[in-house]
Design a protein around this ligand. Structure first.
Ligand code: ADP
Ligand code: ADP
Length: 239
């Protein structure tokens, strides 16, 4: 069974802009899916409907075979815990340590009076170290976030989502502000999490070349519509 399924999904923003138009497709568990398309094509809208950051107007999205449209309260929290998200801006607390930033991923999803006050258990701290090992930054535990390169900061953001133990990672233009060298370290990290931990990864990218290098499958959006859906071998620069 697919981990994510879109059935006739439409998203019209309250100002009338069409975000998504009649989108239907399935994402198998463990796939590395890249979404390409020009700015404004609907990539970000698509990603944000998966964790209900945006509400759809009609149609149905199912995750692990359960429709998510009507989730609220605890079921919505559990859905969002299952789905890690990273953004073009890394959204780190710049003046705090890498460890603090990674631990904040725990607070968001497992809030207790202790974690809310910044008191973390030994287990949480060990989990933070393991998460940083997964992104090759275990040596930066006590470095201030704003002393890291952009690529390192994005990997801290990935480590922060690993504190949720996510089944799915959504990455919205994660390398748009990075140079080619650090872009590779971020994409390699996502690839490793996909291959070694079986996390389903969905990445929005501008670059078809980058998409071809990493994707199992590429889907293309134009004006909110799914205009192609190809296994990687069939995608050419002309697309
Ligand atoms: P929804 O229909 O999902 O509730 P809204 O139409 O209420 O979304 O818009 C959410 C926010 O995004 C608003 O603050 C709005 O000003 C802002 N917004 C409006 N147009 C755009 C746009 N073209 N791109 C990004 N954000 C926008
Ligand atoms: P992409 O990620 O491919 O650049 P988006 O999903 O951000 O595309 O945007 C798709 C369309 O929806 C664009 O026309 C954009 O201006 C519009 N849009 C995005 N967010 C909002 C919003 N909150 N309110 C109104 N329109 C929006």
């Amino acid at each position: 069974a697919p981990i994510i399924s879109f059935k006739g999904v439409n998203k019209i923003y309250s100002n009338g802009t069409v975000g998504l138009k009649d989108i239907s497709f399935d994402i198998p568990r463990g796939q590395f899916l890249v979404v390409v398309g020009l700015s404004g094509a609907g990539k970000s809208t698509l990603l944000r409907t998966i964790n209900r950051m945006h509400e759809i107007t009609s149609g149905e999205i199912t995750i692990e075979e359960e429709p998510i449209n009507d989730y609220k309260g605890q079921s919505l929290r559990l859905l969002r815990r299952k789905i890690g998200m990273i953004f073009q801006g890394f959204n780190l607390i710049n003046r705090s340590s890498v460890e603090r930033n990674v631990l904040s991923g725990r607070v968001s999803y497992y809030p207790t009076w202790k974690t809310l006050c910044g008191l973390f258990s030994k287990a949480d701290r060990e989990m933070a170290v393991r998460s940083l090992q997964r992104v090759n930054l275990a040596d930066k535990l006590y470095t201030r976030a704003d002393e890291l390169s952009g690529g390192q900061q994005q990997r801290v953001a990935i480590a922060r989502t690993l504190m949720q133990d996510p089944k799915i990672i959504l990455a919205d233009e994660p390398v748009a502000s990075l140079d080619p060298l650090t872009t590779a370290t971020v994409m390699d990290t996502l690839q490793r999490l996909n291959r070694e931990d079986g996390i389903t990864v969905i990445v929005n990218l501008h670059s078809v070349a980058l998409a071809r290098k990493y994707a199992d499958r590429i889907i293309g959006l134009r004006a909110g519509q799914l205009v192609y859906d190809q296994p990687i071998a069939a995608v050419t620069e002309a697309d």
